[in-house]
Design a protein around this ligand. Structure first.
Ligand SMILES: [Zn+2]
Ligand SMILES: [Zn+2]
Length: 153
């Protein structure tokens, strides 16, 4: 699936890693703090890929009172608590609004967001720094965790 170019506004957003509030499981390594146009009081994080082996979809599809998007809850695979939702099909107004192309959302009440830093440890990663494919991203993370282990020794 070719990724379309992300809007410059989103390129400048910080990358956050998200862990489950209930069990500390790392559920997403490339999260973005989302601004909900419909309800600014609700804080959300979003991501562009389904985090493999961390969350799964649960229950039936439904739509909220805000719009006609069809969504499905997602649960942490480790503890089973609902941590967010997946947009299965976006409604027209949502597609036409300035969106970041992210269809995997996390509730800030269910996950803890931590800003990711690059290898130097002092520069916060921006979305424009991220590789566009999951495979590259995994390689980057492997290096990152290897460097962490070295620090801990
Ligand atoms: Zn919608
Ligand atoms: Zn959990």
């Amino acid at each position: 699936m070719p990724l379309k170019q992300m809007h410059p506004t989103f390129q400048k957003m910080n990358v956050v890693s998200l862990s489950c509030r209930f069990c500390d499981n790392l559920v997403c390594q490339r999260g973005m703090k989302a601004i909900l146009l419909a309800d600014t009081k609700v804080e959300l994080y979003s991501t562009d890929f389904q985090p493999q082996g961390a969350i799964c979809s649960v229950g039936n599809e439904y739509s909220t009172a805000n719009c006609k998007c069809m969504i499905q809850d997602t649960a942490c695979l480790k503890c089973g608590n609902v941590v967010g939702y997946h947009v299965i099909s976006a409604c027209k107004p949502c597609l036409q609004s300035c969106n970041n192309g992210h269809y995997w959302m996390f509730h800030s009440s269910s996950v803890v967001g931590m800003e990711r830093v690059d290898f130097t440890g002092s520069h916060v990663l921006l979305w424009s720094d991220l590789p566009s494919s999951m495979a590259e991203e995994e390689r980057l993370l492997e290096d990152y965790y290897n460097s962490l282990e070295e620090c801990c020794r």
